[in-house]
Design a protein around this ligand. Sequence first.
Ligand SMILES: Nc1nc2c(ncn2[C@@H]2O[C@H](COP(=O)(O)OP(=O)(O)OP(=O)(O)O)[C@@H](O)[C@H]2O)c(=O)[nH]1
Length: 550
Amino acid sequence: MVVSDNNKYVKLRNLQQKFASTLPERLNLIQTAWLNSQGTPDNSELFTDLLRQVHSLAGSAGTFNFFRLGDVAKELELLLKEYQHGSLPEAVTTVRRLLQQLVALAEQGHEQPKTELITDDSAEIEYLSNQQAVIYVLEDDEDIAAESFRQLIHFGYQVVTFNSVSDFKHAIYQQIPDALLIDIQLVEGEFAGTEAVADVCKTLQLNIPSIFISQHQSWQHRLSAMRVGGQGYITKPIDFDQLADQLEILTGRKQGSRYRILIVDDTVLLAEHYATILQCAGMDTEIINDPGHLLDVLPNFRPDLILMDLYMNGSTGIEAAQVIRQHGSYTNLPIVYLSTESELEQQLNALRAGGDDFLQKPIDDNHLVAAVSTKAKRFRELNSLMNCDGLTGLLNHISFKLALEREIAQTYRYHEGFTLAMLDIDHFKLVNDHYGHLVGDRVIKGLGRLLSHRLRKGDIAARYGGEEFALILPNTPESVAKRLLDELREVFAKIAFAHAHGTFHATFSVGIASCPPYKNVHSLIEAADQALYQAKRTGRNQVHIAADNR
Ligand SMILES: Nc1nc2c(ncn2[C@@H]2O[C@H](COP(=O)(O)OP(=O)(O)OP(=O)(O)O)[C@@H](O)[C@H]2O)c(=O)[nH]1
């Protein structure tokens, strides 16, 4: 969930206080380094260390609202660099003056922030929650209300039904749901549903995403729904598949939609500050203070973007970017440098080495959020075009095979097993033959939606081929996987798919095999396929375990 405003300000204030409390010692170290290195600026390790400390101060002070202190540190850094390349007559006096200024500014404390961080809605960033979306249903027909409840919980929504306008209003003033499903005509009146929504939106001064249901096709009814901000209009009998599609758009739910940002910065407080800002805008973050850990973290965290400091202990951001780019799987991953480096030539060098953008420290929080989210969004979109199946949005065949290969390699490296499940819709040819290909496609899409909503965050789901799906379930023994798939199978069998003359239900069969003992993609898929064949042969709509074949 998005970090709440209160939480965010407490976190940012704590980081600012921590930074302020470290200032006296940092300035002390800088003073000492300056005194010790004076006289040997050209070859002294101490001088390099002094420069690094001043550079780090210049880069972090502004972020914690010590703007003037940051400017003076930057001035000092530039002067020291010039001094390093040739003694300047008044340099010593100027350095001394700047050091005194730094101490005085540190004592004065932080300044007022230049801009307020825009969070949540106003930032217009897609920050999507993995939590269950809450749907309020206002419907006085008991059967339709019960069926709506049953169908929507299959897709992982939390559903609350009301059969009277007064109960509905009472509840909405207690807790605002993520979306509404409202029958226009109720016992209270022909337009009681739209009037109820109009009332609550006026009182609460906000628009709640709404879909209206009606038995009327009339212009008047559609208009009444549109006028109270209804984004969907569905006529009875309800096509729940169509409804699920619309709710998905309205509640902005898609699997794993929060952007994942990896922050690489050896200044711990700064990294935490950026993480807090990005979390407030609805992104997930992971911090690495030592670039040496990059290759361990990348495969598990699978970031949508790396925010990389340029000058770090151990290796520079440029070197780290080059190492990342050596790996075929990360050639497109956006790398954005964040540094105090203001020289254009240095910035261009960093970009030539495989970076995608250069942001200068200290950076305005809103600017950071906008730069990071637009790049992460573009990466996701391109990735999805290349790696995902167009109908279901799940991984496509090729990407799944690559993911499976990676998973097997990890299993034998870290000794953590996983289970592979192959799913195939039963008698799918008959579905196409009886109801047509378009309805068949909706069944495929429905199963895809169920899988993406019901699986855990670390699970991987793919459309393996036509009506066949594949799942990778990490750290899941066969017996647990079987139980999970039996549950999914039962839920899927209850979903009502609409055709021209009514509704029908579909089922699927599953074959599962675990790694270990299988050692490669071919033998593992072969084992799961054989188990699937057994499940089909012995009656369909069931789960079969490969080990039982042996
Ligand atoms: N609508 C639709 N149909 C597809 C798609 N991909 C494959 N199919 C059809 O799915 C059907 C699969 O049929 P089979 O593999 O013979 O399965 P079945 O014999 O009906 O059922 P089982 O024996 O239970 O697996 C074929 O008729 C394919 O044309 C697709 O993307 N959309």
